[in-house]
Ligand binder design. Structure first.
Ligand SMILES: [Zn+2]
Length: 91
């Protein structure tokens, strides 16, 4: 029986392609108008930082059990409203 079915898939690796395009738009835009103490973490999506001043202005927060919780987006506001006890506890 001929078991010479050993197709070595294209053994010609195209070397190292020179796709090292140093993009010029790699600038660290540190926003000086963003005070770290103004940031709160969204209890619905942990890791999402919310600007308290912006959240206050946009109504993107909920007061629950005497604590103000800042939400990062409309979806989180809706989720928080649907189950505030869960999210307020996680915060
Ligand atoms: Zn969100």
């Amino acid at each position: 029986m001929c078991t010479n079915h050993n197709h070595d898939e294209a053994t010609d690796t195209p070397g190292t392609a020179p796709d090292r395009a140093d993009s010029p738009h790699h600038t660290h835009a540190a926003r000086p108008d963003r005070d770290p103490s103004d940031l709160a973490e969204c209890p619905v999506m942990p890791g999402n930082m919310v600007s308290k001043s912006e959240a206050d202005a946009d109504g993107m927060y909920r007061d629950y059990n005497g604590t103000r919780h800042y939400l990062c987006c409309d979806t989180c506001v809706a989720l928080f409203d649907s189950d505030p006890a869960t999210y307020a506890k996680a915060a």
